[in-house]
Design a protein around this ligand. Structure first.
Ligand SMILES: CC(C)(COP(=O)(O)OP(=O)(O)OC[C@H]1O[C@@H](n2cnc3c(N)ncnc32)[C@H](O)[C@@H]1OP(=O)(O)O)[C@@H](O)C(=O)NCCC(=O)NCCS
Length: 198
């Protein structure tokens, strides 16, 4: 009887409106179309793009949101970078987040926040110390991103300082970090990699 009740409950339980999942090579075309729709084709001229170009995302840190039918309705990726050097002259390993985008038809349902939380949790689990991004402070402050931690860092190209934000996953990780942000992730080399990062 209990088994029957459980099956009945499962049958009538509302299915989740979206799920957060790891991106697969089969998602690349849908992800790129989503980014073109939400951010425009000029997105490729951004300074952050210089860091992403020719690289694969950090291990385990390319996520998508899927609707009930499995379609990609949100995306976020994080990239390995060196965030300048420390006072001791050591390079400071970190992550660059972006782009984050959610399909316009699904905005305001908490998908952006769910992608952010899942990405930050995964980054923490994997032992990363800090995450940087260039974006709207009023949106990213709710996740703990602020401009004070990047004040001695620069992006490799034009950027607005009040949009250049960081979150420390390990307290003090960016203390004294100064200099230019440079890509440090694995370079694209094989055809499968090219499809993943297109
Ligand atoms: C920004 C974006 C990812 C948010 O996704 P989302 O799934 O709609 O976000 P959530 O549902 O988690 O959060 C919605 C909240 O964020 C707020 N918000 C959305 N974009 C914002 C922005 N640029 N600045 C400040 N607040 C913003 C909404 O007003 C809403 O506020 P509320 O919770 O007080 O009602 C999505 O709007 C998007 O893809 N925009 C286009 C691409 C883009 O600009 N990406 C980078 C952002 S700098």
């Amino acid at each position: 009887m209990a088994a029957v009740l459980t099956s009945m409950r499962a049958l009538f339980a509302p299915s989740p409106a979206f799920v957060i999942d790891h991106e697969t090579p089969a998602d690349v075309v849908a992800r790129e179309a989503l980014l073109d729709r939400t951010m425009g084709r000029d997105r490729r001229k951004k300074s952050s793009e210089k860091i992403r170009r020719g690289r694969v995302p950090a291990e385990g840190l390319a996520l998508v949101a899927r609707d009930g039918a499995g379609h990609v309705i949100g995306t976020v990726r994080l990239w390995n970078i060196e965030a300048g050097v420390s006072r001791e002259g050591q390079t400071v390993d970190a992550l660059l987040l972006g782009p984050l985008a959610v399909d316009c038809a699904h905005e305001g349902k908490g998908i952006g926040a769910a992608l952010m939380r899942a990405a930050l949790l995964e980054a923490r689990k994997r032992g990363h110390g800090a995450v940087l991004l260039v974006g709207d402070a009023p949106y990213y402050e709710r996740f703990g991103f602020f401009a004070d931690k990047t004040q001695h860092l620069v992006m490799p190209g034009p950027f607005a300082r009040d949009r250049f934000l960081a979150l420390e996953l390990v307290h003090g990780w960016l203390e004294g970090a100064a200099g230019m942000v440079v890509a440090s992730g694995r370079k694209l080399s094989q055809p499968t990699d090219l499809r993943r990062a297109a």
